[in-house]
Ligand binder design. Structure first.
Ligand SMILES: Nc1ncnc2c1ncn2[C@@H]1O[C@H](COP(=O)(O)OP(=O)(O)OP(=O)(O)O)[C@@H](O)[C@H]1O
Length: 192
């Protein structure tokens, strides 16, 4: 199985002309999960984007071992395509996989264009794509936003299963995320 780790050392993040946080050091090994907590605008999404390699660090270093899957507020699914075809596009790239469609309550929605899905349905569709991606490192930006109670529990369970299989989860959320053994880092403690 592919190894997985995240090592962040003395990281500082700058957005525009402001330093958001500095002196952030963390390490996650196989099977571990960490919640990045903090109020709106503190820099949670920015941290995930730096870890994903989508934004530069202002200073410090980030090393990620293992393939990365990122969920944020924009599901990477063609809004004009029916959900089934939008997911099939990724399956051709990611390879065949069980996307857990029934478990995610998506089996009956495969002919619905992605743009017509509700907020929670889009979020669950993004999870289906993430599962199909088979990435070792999950970066989840506010994964519980817009989900009903059942879908919140399911998301927490899916992350637990991912970690039990040796994956890693870095979860940015201002909401409680119920996962046994999950660490919690308050980003405010590193605010510049
Ligand atoms: N490209 C950018 N240029 C300038 N400022 C930016 C840029 N992107 C984000 N910011 C600012 O950086 C700050 C942190 O944004 P970020 O989205 O990381 O916060 P967050 O903790 O995820 O917030 P939320 O809980 O609302 O999602 C905000 O004040 C935002 O306006």
């Amino acid at each position: 199985m592919q190894e997985a780790s995240i090592a962040v050392k003395d990281l500082a993040c700058r957005r525009g002309d402001r330093i958001l946080f500095r002196g952030l050091t963390l390490r996650l090994n196989q099977g571990e999960a960490l919640q990045i907590a903090g109020s709106n605008g503190i820099g949670k999404s920015s941290l995930l984007r730096i870890v994903a390699g989508l934004a530069p660090a202002f200073s410090g270093s980030v090393e990620v071992c293992g393939s990365i899957g990122l969920i944020d507020e924009r599901p990477a699914l063609d809004p004009m395509q029916p959900l089934g075809k939008a997911l099939a596009f990724w399956q051709r790239i990611d390879g065949a996989a069980d996307n857990e469609l029934a478990r995610l309550g998506l089996s009956g929605l495969l002919d619905v264009p992605v743009r017509y899905l509700s907020t929670g349905q889009k979020k669950r569709a993004a999870l289906a794509r993430l599962i199909g991606q088979k990435a070792r490192v999950w970066l989840l930006d506010e994964p519980l936003n817009g989900l009903d109670v059942h879908a919140v529990e399911l998301t927490e369970r899916l992350v637990a299963e991912h970690c039990a299989e040796g994956g890693i989860a870095l979860v940015a959320s201002h909401q409680p995320f119920d996962l046994p053994g999950m660490g919690r880092l308050a980003l405010a403690e590193h605010a510049a």
